[in-house]
Ligand binder design. Sequence first.
Ligand code: DAH
Length: 351
Amino acid sequence: MATREEVREIVEAAEREIPDIRNALDLEEKRVRFIGRERGLITKVMRELGQLSAEQRREIGAAANAAKGRIEELLEIQRRKVHEDVLDPNLDRPEDLTLPPRRVRVGRLHPISQTTREVSRVFATMGFETVEGPEIEWDYYNFEALNIPPGHPAREKWDTLWISNPLGDDPSRPILGRTHTSPMQVRVMEKRKPPIRVVIPGRCYRYEATDAIRESIFFQYEGLAIDEKLTMADLKGVLYSFARQIFGSDRKIRFRVDYFPFTEPSAEIAFDCFACEGRDPGCHVCGGDGWIEAAGCGMVHPDVLRRVGYDPARYQGFAFGGGIERLAMLRTGAPDIRLFYQNDLRYLEQF
Ligand code: DAH
């Protein structure tokens, strides 16, 4: 016969046993044991209610119902615990962690940036500090301070974008996109005292019909060394060392006299064409010449030194300036400068 005592003992047993459960199988077993339809302990009590007096039936029936509710509650609490702690802590999350991951695209430096850093690194080994300067420049620094007054024929070779001053144009102080990094020679000398050894990489602008080796927006590096006893031999030594490290051991180097208004004497350094090795008269990289100009250089002109207040009898120095894209073409084997700026990742990701 069912008693209140019995119902209380069943609930106590459930309260003891259910919180120990650690997996879904045991949970089901306990469910069957306590409230299963066939042989559940509470089910059995309910079945026996019919044998009781009406008053006892009401009392024990109510207790059995409450016990069933309590046991269901215990089972549900434990079901959640098993689910969360034991099976997989991630199963309730909205994301599907079984999906394959999305590929992460790792970026890289543009070949021009890589080459720029390499140039800085090589000059750093010879004591040159890398500095930067403005891309938008006064006519004074780009031309006049470098012995290129208005009307000088060199201006024709270096036409560029002229920029109007948002504060109002002053016809005596025109502004332009710098055509080379050479204006930084003057800016650095104005700010510092010798000895000076700097290399200046940066973007430049020119009015240019683009071809395989010319762009209207491009990068240069400029070098400047000023001290008391520098000679053309120092210039040559530094540039040869640079050329060997950057051009690689396969390239021939040509060093010959040239003209620039801001150096005296002036020279030019070239490497033999990596595309045709000087064998193709129709080569679109070297134009059939067999040589690619890499840099202009020379001993800084005494007038340039005087203009920044240096005494040319005491201080001399050398300067050089070259195109970064040509070096990048050499390093990557790119047959056309425009490949660097079309932003085609299939091309750029190779380097
Ligand atoms: N700035 C010149 C150019 O763009 C290159 C150059 C020549 C730079 C001689 C120099 C130099 O520093 O000394 O063509």
